[in-house]
Design a protein around this ligand. Sequence first.
Ligand code: ASP
Ligand code: MG
Length: 402
Amino acid sequence: MLIVQKFGGSSVANADRIRNVAGIIAENYLYGHEVVVVLSAQGDTTDELLEKAAELNPSPSKRELDMLLTTGEQQSIALMAMCLEAMGLPVVSLTGWQVGIRTNSEYNSARIRRVNTERLRRELDKKRIVLVAGFQGVNNFEDYTTLGRGGSDTTAVALAAALHADRCQIYTDVEGVYTADPRKVPGARKLDEITYDEMLELASMGAQVLMNRSVQLAKRYGVELEVLSSLVRAPGTKVKEVSHNMEEMKITGIAKDTSAARVTVMQVADRPGSAFRVLNAVARAGINVDMIIQANGRDETNDMSFVVAEQDVEAACAALKQRQAAIGFQDISVDKDIAKISVVGAGMMSSVGIASLVFEALNDEHINIQMINTSEIKISCVIDAASADRAVAAIHRKFFEN
Ligand code: ASP
Ligand code: MG
C-alpha cells in the first residue's frame, strides 16, 4: 500500500516531536508500506522567518520572501531524515524543486500545476522512505514559490493524487474534526466521517483543521483524507465524498466566525442594476462578500446588507463611497461586533425543520438574529459577537446532547 502522510508544524516542533513522528513513519514502513511524507516547518518557524524579513524590509519582494519561507520546510525534512537514518532506516529528503512540483508564477500563493512522479517513484523503488518539503514548488522561471499559509496540506493531497496513493493521512495536534470547537463546547464529539462539502463549509468558517484548497483538491481528484493526531493513537476523521454517519445525524458541525463584519448600504435607489452596482464596486476592490440581503424600504429605496471579513471593511466602504453618485445611496453603516454562526450538514437536504430547530435554540437563549442565509447544506445566522459562544453551545445542545 502507498501511503502519503503529512505532519504539521506542531507535530515536528522539536527533537522529541520529530522522534515521535519518526516512530509513526517507521511503523508504516516496516509494515511493508511505501511511505511518502510531507512536512511543515517546525512550530512557529514560518512566522519567525516573516518577522526576520520585516526587520530588514517592510515590503520585501514576493520572490525573495518565498526564497526565505521555503527554508523552513527544508529544515524539517533534513532533520527528520537524520532521525530516521539514526534509526537505521533508508530515507531521502527532497525539496519541491527536486520532486518537480510545478506551480504557476504567483509567488506567496502559488497553485500547483503538475507533479512529476519520476523521482518519487525511483526513490520508492529503491525502498526508501521519501520525505518531501511541503508548501513549496517551482514556477516557470525556475524560482521557488510557496502555496499560501497552511499549504503543506495541499502538497500532501497533490502528491497523493499524482501517485494514486491508497491513503492520505493529515496528522495534526487535534484528534480529528469535531461537531463544534471542543475547547469551547465540552460536549463536542469527534466525527468518524465528514463529506468534502461539509468540510469545505466548516473549514471556511474557521474550523481550522485543513487548508480549504487541499479539500477542494481532494474532492476534485477523489482523494480520501484522514485527519488524525500525531500525539494520540486513535482513529481520526475521514473526509470523503459520501459519509455514512451511523447515528443519522442531521447536522455535522457548528462553526463560528467572529472575524466578520456587517456593511449596510442605506437607501439604495430601487431600480434595476442597483444591486449589481453595489456589489460590483466591492468586487472590483477584490473583496469577497457573503450573506447578501436586501430589505424593501417604504420609499423608492432599499437597504442592502452583506458580510465581509473585518479586515476588508475600510476598503469596502472606500470603494462604495467612491461610486456613491453612480450607485445612488444615502449612507453606509458598519457593525464589526458580529459573529456568523454556521450549522452544516449534508443531512439537511433530506430533512425538514432543521432551520426552525436552529432558530428555536437561539430563541431559547434570547439571542437576536440579524441576518439569515441558507444553502442545501448550511444555515448561517449573524448575531452579536458577545453571544457567539452561547449560541454555539445552545445549538449544539439542541442537536447533539438531548
Ligand atoms: N509552514 C507553512 C505555514 O506555516 C505551511 C504549513 O504549515 O502548511 O503556513
Ligand atoms: Mg499548518
